[in-house]
Every structure is written in structure tokens, then in C-alpha cells.
Design a protein around this ligand. Structure first.
Ligand SMILES: Cc1ncc(C[n+]2csc(CCOP(=O)(O)OP(=O)(O)O)c2C)c(N)n1
Length: 433
């Protein structure tokens, strides 16, 4: 019989002591940045399998990177979605508007008009181009960095700003953290701050859609950090088992607040590669190439809509700014990362493509930038008339007890009773429930 291990915790014989590996980011503040270790394939070289292919036929695309825009700003290869110039210009405008919106709201936070904001700078393509590839009534389960989807779907900017200011006109009555929008009529599920909940919800909604014989599909978004949550894995399992018509978008922007992607497993395998273990299709796409993002999401949408099942798409991108207004990335990463990022900027890449096509110019671009900045400024001023942070309570205090339960549960009734009794709140018609 084999000898039982000693209990002392000391190394036995010549066995090496066990060790843990702790990932270490390549660059810290002040470091020079060299991204030559990243394999960035040439645009146009990735094969485009049939949308009805077996999941494991997508395996090569889980390690490769789908790219359409080449170094000369031309659209090349089998993934070129061949969008007409008008659609390209609309896409560019929505991305520019999203960026202008982010810039204005970031400043508004610094001016004390709201407590919180999160930008998606550099990642606009992952939401805007995706939204362009989906049908407007497909249901989306976004995370907090997909404001571009709402903007692409034409949701009024003023509603977004009212929500950010938690003011009188905020449809969510100040009950959600700023930027946690909810827009049922736009097929935009309420944003939850709890990471990764989006994916099981998207899988569940897609299963319901299929079981009702509907034609709408679902799409969810998570960051690479959030993919380390159990919910991510439950969602992929359910979707695989029931062949749910759903797209899982994993936005790998390299960071989860201050944790680099290595802590979510990026050093071991690509995030797209996880798809194959679940038996679903996987694609890895240059997330800063709007045409590649559009093409990948369109592929996955066609696949889901024709009952060929779910797809996991890894959007390889870079979070160009801080995690949120509460974050200072200069404390944990090199400032050179942004300028050295080898995949460029999605807005600039689409701009240059349109110019290369002869469908755009430097001047029209500058004019558009002025227009979108003016548009956001005017809407923000309008929204301010409904109030901003610090202008008192915009919703009567007692509304905190309303709208959640049809009948107030006993413990909340007790709290409401106490609040009224102690005159801490004014509740004009209170007579107990
Ligand atoms: C379940 C859960 N755990 C932790 C947090 C705190 N938190 C908020 S955002 C964030 C980072 C998420 O990073 P990632 O998923 O990569 O998305 P990104 O912010 O980069 O878009 C963390 C840890 C949370 N909101 N929910």
C-alpha cells in the first residue's frame, strides 16, 4: 500500500513544494510599452465559415482575430460586410455621438451635476456596430458600457441624461445608479450593476423566445473580468443545452477596474476559446474594427435566427480611459498603453475607411464632430431644467416605498409607518396600507 502523505505540511522526499502562480501585468505606471507579443493577424485573412457550421469548425477563429479594415483603410476579405456608404456614415455618426455624450457627461460629473459616470471611449464599435447588426426588436442585455446601443437605437438622449442626473424627469425616479438605464420599448433590458447577470438573463430570454415560437433573438454583453463569474458559465451551459438563439458578447478591454485580463484567465487561453468547451460557436474579433464587429455579430445573429444556436464573441479591444469617474488608471497602468495600442481607435478607423472610399473628408468629419457636440450640449441644458444632483430631493421621499411590490410587505409597511409617525417623511395621503 502506498505510504500516506505526511501531515506536517513540509515537503516530502524530492517532491517540489507546491506553488501558486499569481499573474503579473506587463506594464506598470511609467513603464515603456511594447505590444509586439500580441499576435495581430492581417486583415482579410480569416476564413468565414458557413453560419450553419458545427461549433467546433469555429475553433480556428477562437484563436485568430477577425479583421476587415487593412492598413490602407480598405475593407478586405470574406468578412467584409459590404455596407453601403450611407450605413457607414450613420454608424460613424452614432459612434461620434456616443463619444461626445461620454465627454459631456464625464465633465458633468466633474462639475458635480451627477455622482457617477462611465465612458466607453475606444470601445464604441463593440456596442454601436453590434447594434447595427441586430434587428431593432432583438432583445439586448447590456452591461454599463453599452450606451452606444441605446444611442444607435435612437433612444432620446434627454432620457439618458435625466437618468444620469436622477432628476424630476428621470423615469427610474432616482432609484438606479446613474447610467443604469432601462428602456423596455427599445428592447434594452435594465442594466444591473451585478456583473455577468446579463448572460443568464439573455439565455433565458432567448429560450423563452424560442419556446414561444417568436423570431427575436437575444444578445448579452459582459466584460472579460465578469466572465470569471459563475453566471457566465451557467449561461453558456444553458444556451448550449437548449441551443438557445442568443449571442454572448464578451468585451475584452484588457481591464476589470485595476485588474488586468490575466486575472480572468487571459494568459491561459483566449476568451473566445471557452465557447468550444461548451459546444457552442466562438469568434474572436478585432473590437476596434467596426466592420469586423458588424460582420461577426451579423454572422452570429443569422446563426441564432436560423436555429443553429448560440455564439460567444470575444471583442478584443482596449479601455482607453478610466473604469469610471471614481477611478484613476494612472495609479496602476502605464499611460503609454493607450497610444501604443496596436488596434487603433474605432472612430478614426471608420473615418479613414470612408475617406479612402471617397465618401467622407476631414472637413465633413470636423463638421460632424461639432454637430454632435452641439447636439449633446443642447440636450444636456434641456435636461438640467429638470434638475441636477444637489438640487434637493427630486422625488418625494415616500416614493422609495412604491412601485416595487403590489402590496407593501409587512416589514416595509412598518418602516413606512414609523417614517410617517416620526415625521421624517411627508406622505400626504398616508393612512396605512
Ligand atoms: C458580482 C459583482 N462583483 C464585483 C462587482 C464590482 N465591479 C464593478 S465593475 C467591475 C469590473 C468589471 O470588469 P469587466 O467585466 O472586465 O468589465 P469592464 O468594466 O472592463 O467593462 C467590478 C469588479 C460588481 N459590480 N458585481
Amino acid at each position: 500500500m502506498a505510504e500516506r502523505p505526511a501531515r506536517s505540511g513540509k515537503p516530502r522526499g524530492n517532491l517540489p513544494p507546491l506553488e501558486l502562480y499569481v499573474p503579473e501585468p506587463r506594464y506598470r505606471p511609467g513603464d515603456e510599452v511594447d505590444y509586439s507579443h500580441l499576435a495581430i493577424p492581417d486583415a482579410g485573412k480569416q476564413p468565414r465559415p458557413d453560419e450553419a457550421c458545427k461549433p467546433d469548425e469555429t475553433w480556428p477563429l477562437c484563436g485568430d482575430m477577425i479583421r476587415v479594415l487593412d492598413g490602407e483603410h480598405r475593407a478586405v476579405g470574406p468578412w467584409d460586410p459590404k455596407l453601403d456608404p450611407e450605413t457607414l456614415r450613420r454608424m460613424l455618426r452614432v459612434m461620434a455621438l456616443t463619444r461626445a455624450f461620454d465627454d459631456r457627461m464625464y465633465r458633468a460629473q466633474r462639475q458635480g451635476k451627477t455622482s457617477f459616470y462611465m465612458k466607453c471611449t475606444g470601445e464604441e464599435a463593440t456596442s454601436v456596430a453590434s447594434a447595427f447588426a441586430l434587428a431593432d426588436d432583438d432583445m439586448v442585455f447590456p452591461s454599463y458600457r453599452q450606451q452606444g446601443i441605446l444611442i444607435a437605437r435612437g433612444y432620446p438622449l434627454i432620457e439618458m441624461i435625466n437618468q444620469i442626473y436622477s432628476n424630476r424627469a428621470d423615469k427610474l425616479k432616482g432609484r438606479q445608479l446613474p447610467i443604469m438605464y432601462s428602456a423596455r420599448d427599445f428592447g434594452f433590458f435594465s442594466i444591473s450593476g451585478n456583473l455577468s447577470t446579463q448572460l443568464p438573463q439573455a439565455a433565458g430570454w432567448a429560450m423563452a423566445s424560442a419556446s414561444k415560437g417568436d423570431t427575436r433573438i437575444a444578445a448579452g454583453w459582459v466584460g472579460e473580468g465578469a466572465s470569471a463569474e459563475g453566471d457566465f458559465h451557467s449561461a453558456l451551459t444553458f444556451a448550449a443545452v437548449y441551443n438557445a438563439p442568443v449571442i454572448f458578447n464578451l468585451v475584452n478591454n484588457q481591464y476589470a477596474i485595476s485588474s488586468f485580463s490575466g486575472f480572468a484567465g487571459a494568459e491561459r487561453a483566449t476568451f473566445a476559446a471557452r465557447a468550444i468547451g461548451y459546444g457552442i460557436a466562438g469568434l474572436r474579433v478585432d473590437g476596434n474594427d467596426p466592420l469586423a464587429v458588424f460582420a461577426a455579430v451579423q454572422w452570429a445573429a443569422n446563426r441564432a435566427r436560423s436555429n443553429m444556436g448560440p455564439t460567444l464573441i470575444e471583442h478584443f479591444t482596449y479601455r482607453a480611459e478610466g473604469h469610471s469617474t471614481s477611478d484613476d488608471p494612472s495609479a496602476y497602468r502605464s499611460a503609454h498603453e493607450r497610444e501604443e495600442w496596436p488596434l487603433g481607435d474605432p472612430v478614426m478607423r471608420l473615418k479613414r475607411h470612408l475617406i479612402a472610399l471617397g465618401e467622407w473628408s476631414k472637413e465633413t468629419h470636423e463638421e460632424m464632430d461639432r454637430d454632435v457636440a452641439e447636439e449633446v450640449k443642447a440636450v444636456a441644458k434641456e435636461a438640467e431644467k429638470n434638475g441636477i444632483l444637489g438640487h434637493g430631493l427630486h422625488h418625494p421621499f415616500h416614493t422609495m416605498f412604491e412601485d416595487v411590490f403590489e402590496d407593501l410587505p409587512w416589514h416595509l409597511e412598518e418602516q413606512a409607518e414609523q417614517a410617517v409617525r416620526e415625521r421624517r417623511i411627508k406622505w400626504p395621503d398616508w393612512d396605512g396600507q
